[in-house]
Design a protein around this ligand. Structure first.
Ligand SMILES: O=C(O)CCC(=O)C(=O)O
Ligand SMILES: [Fe+2]
Length: 400
């Protein structure tokens, strides 16, 4: 294996004050930002940032697009190459002309068919947006990009890859005019999105501002516009993201994204020790919502178990699944301390000692918060697991 880059944060990571509404979103070239600075200045303070030149060496950046052509009339995306390299697989495509509940209608298509539409440029095909495509998962040998170091500490995909479950690592390909409706990301996770081609426009709201947009029933709009944001006095950022730039979308920041030009991007949803408290808070809020919805069935047998089943189905995660992630992540870090086995992320990064300590402390904090719900955990037969993990982490932390 090639040598691993260490992700390290220093014994006492620098602290930056939380600025809820910076005047504008910081833009920095990757070469001017260290892992430690990104960690404390942006992840820990849950602040958005745009990082430039993160994709220059990626295969998809160099090979999927003819960068040497400056003739606007020529389609620069190398459709022939993509067809040959990726083959004909089924891909998820959203029709941005049709709304289905609070998203665009989705259907499966053949990749070749999608690329034919792309090359065809007919009006009726211009709304087809290939999104949430697990290309990395279906072609693990094809390293068409490398996760930038800044986003290397990723508990969600670390767990899902280890367990061979569906990950949150995607490719998006959309013609000019395709868009993603107003939303915050799954589980209150962070997302990073790197444009390898084209231009995206992001309308990005700091957390809490979205509340001004709720209707009488408590629902958010499907689509937002600058006019609406101004009318409701919502604070927002209007960002143009060009090829090679990565945007870091913090936990709970609502956004709407529009492809101003034909655009291709790679993105991940993820969480780690910096936002794990938000992930827990969001899961708990979703659980309370389920309880409220079926409150009239409270007398039924196994009410608590039933709520967990519903939570898993509607939210995508429940208390047991969350605990399993925490346990898995903790065990690997304890394995480093006690057994010297590196925690490796995306095959290219390993965690430094202070980072491991930080991770374990954050898991311990969230387990303590969970433990406050000890009655529920006992009913769900999860209490012992929480307590055992707390004990294990406590003794591992003594090694530092
Ligand atoms: O690029 C898009 O259309 C949506 C991306 C997005 O919502 C995200 O990365 O969180
Ligand atoms: Fe998103």
């Amino acid at each position: 294996m090639a040598s691993l880059t260490e992700l390290e944060i220093g014994p006492t990571p620098a602290t930056f004050p939380e600025v809820s509404f910076p005047v504008e979103i910081t833009r920095l070239p990757a070469s001017e930002l260290s892992y430690g600075e990104f960690f404390s200045r942006f992840m820990q303070t849950n602040t958005a940032v745009i990082i430039g030149s993160v994709a220059d060496r990626w295969k998809c950046f160099r090979r999927w697009v003819h960068r040497d052509r400056d003739d606007d009339a020529v389609d620069k995306v190398d459709v022939t190459y993509l067809k040959a390299r990726i083959g004909n697989v089924t891909v998820p495509v959203a029709d941005c002309g049709r709304q289905y509940y609070n998203a665009h209608e989705k259907r499966d298509m053949q990749f070749h068919e999608f690329l034919d539409y792309w090359a065809d440029r007919k009006e009726e095909h211009s709304k087809m947006y290939l999104k949430d495509w697990h290309l990395r998962e279906i072609m693990p040998q094809y390293r068409f990009y490398e996760t930038p170091m800044f986003f290397g500490s990723d508990w969600l995909n670390e767990y899902l890859i280890d367990r061979k479950l569906d990950d949150y690592m995607f490719v998006y390909i959309g013609p000019k005019g395709t868009w993603t409706s107003f939303h915050a990301d799954v589980f209150a996770s962070y997302s990073w999105s790197t444009n390898i081609y084209g231009v995206k426009r992001w309308l990005l709201l700091p957390p809490g501002e979205e509340i001004k947009l709720k209707d009488k029933l408590g629902n958010f709009p499907f689509e937002i516009s600058e006019e609406l944001l101004k009318e409701k006095q919502v604070r927002y950022y209007d960002i143009r993201q060009t090829a090679g730039e990565a945007i870091f979308v913090p936990s709970g920041w609502y956004h709407q994204v529009q492809n101003l030009e034909d655009a291709i991007s790679v993105n991940h949803n993820w969480f780690n020790g910096c936002n794990i408290a938000n992930i827990w808070a969001s899961l708990w809020a979703a659980y309370e919502q389920v309880v409220k919805e079926i409150d009239d069935c409270r007398d039924m047998d196994n009410f608590d178990e039933h709520c967990q089943l519903m939570l898993k189905a509607s939210y995508g995660m429940n208390l047991e699944a969350f605990l399993d992630i925490l346990e898995h992540v903790a065990n690997k870090r304890i394995g480093t301390i006690l057994g010297g086995v590196d925690v490796v992320h995306f095959d290219i990064y390993k965690l430094g000692k202070c980072h491991i300590q930080f991770d374990l402390m954050k898991i311990q904090d969230v387990l303590s918060s969970m433990h406050e719900q000890n009655m529920l955990l006992e009913t769900l037969r999860l209490l012992t697991k929480v307590e055992e993990n707390m004990d294990k982490i406590k003794s591992a932390l003594r090694q530092f």
